[in-house]
Design a protein around this ligand. Sequence first.
Ligand code: JFZ
Length: 421
Amino acid sequence: MGESMTEVEYFKPERGQRPGANQDPRLNWWREAKFGMFIHWGVYAIPAGVWKGEHIPGIGEWIMLRAEIPIAEYEQLAGQFNPVKYDADEIVKLAKRAGQKYIVLTSKHHDGFCMYGSAETDYNIVDATPYGVDILKDLAEACAREGIKLGLYYSQTQDWHHPDGYGNTWDFKEEEQDFADYIENYVKPQVREILSNYGPIAIIWFDTPRIIARHQSQELLELVHELQPDCLVCGRLGNKLGDYATAQDNAIPPALQAEIDWETPATINDTWGFKTHDYNWKSTTQLIRNLVDIISKGGNYLLNIGPDAEGAIPQPSVERLEAMGAWLDAHGEAIYGTAPGPIQGVDWCRMTRKDDAAYLHVFYWPASGRLVLPKMDVSAADWLDASVDASLAVNHEGDSTVILGPAAAPNEHVTVIKLSK
Ligand code: JFZ
């Protein structure tokens, strides 16, 4: 699963631009949080992967580009957008039940439609839809009530609706576009309004820095810091600027990445934006193992939901997130606020650590019940899940530390054993 971060497009915070990765205290809450909720939601949820009766391949939020839908046709979707089932409190409470500590919502994706009441364009959920509600305002208030940090995704280069945005080659001619003007007179004013009108924004999640120049990235970074100094900037601002590295979608590095702060954005099925016919839902076990795998290597997991055109969250997402939350209720001590554990690179398990304890996360349980580890200076082994009452012995055999457990794994997803001296 995934490639090494060296093969994955990511950035390393430039030394000197901030105290440097792993030292910047602005990231402390983020490093503790480990697990966030991504929300990809827009008018693309209306076609939901199908256009004029044809199934359009790829991720749902890219349907306008994949099908080269003319702006004149695509923007009609706004007039159909009436998500009467949207409930900001329900979404935030689901994130809490799932154990997700921060939320990142698409404020403007590549299609250019703004999911907030922008003063810079009428092509937004308040002015262009029969729904007419600023869902971002509702979400920000719900996050504040529930103590969940709010981040905003913002596509700063690709904009398939704006005449000077990048990426729409079927309505516009690139040689006739003025990207510099787009950045100066559209992107900057919009970044200013989303960081001024919705309270504290914990992260701004820029994306696909296709043609942005170094000075444009730098100016956007300075604008963010001018408006909200504590707002983190993800690794896709462009030109290696930002506060943490952002892996390729769904990519998990095969090895520990201890020297940088990094995050894997990921889907529960195969699309970010809702698609009617995407039924390829990852299992709860796979999602929990992805969470543990990422955290054991020093990263954060930003796991996505894609609400449908009515604003409802797909039930398979709800079920998986609630099951992840139930696992985290029993095992969160081994996840939140942890650092990568001392044992790395063993295929059947992962390890995290916190204070004087190491947490062994067993993915594949041996029928013998003998968990054979490289030698560790530990003498006690305890189940993290209090509902398990079997005993555990620790033996040191040559260069190995052996934990003697039952023949079957107590937890169906990942069994966690706390190791201490
Ligand atoms: C981008 C978006 O295009 C996509 O719609 C979604 O929002 C996702 C979270 O981000 O997709 C990417 C961006 C970067 C890479 C891959 C997909 N990459 O670095 O390989």
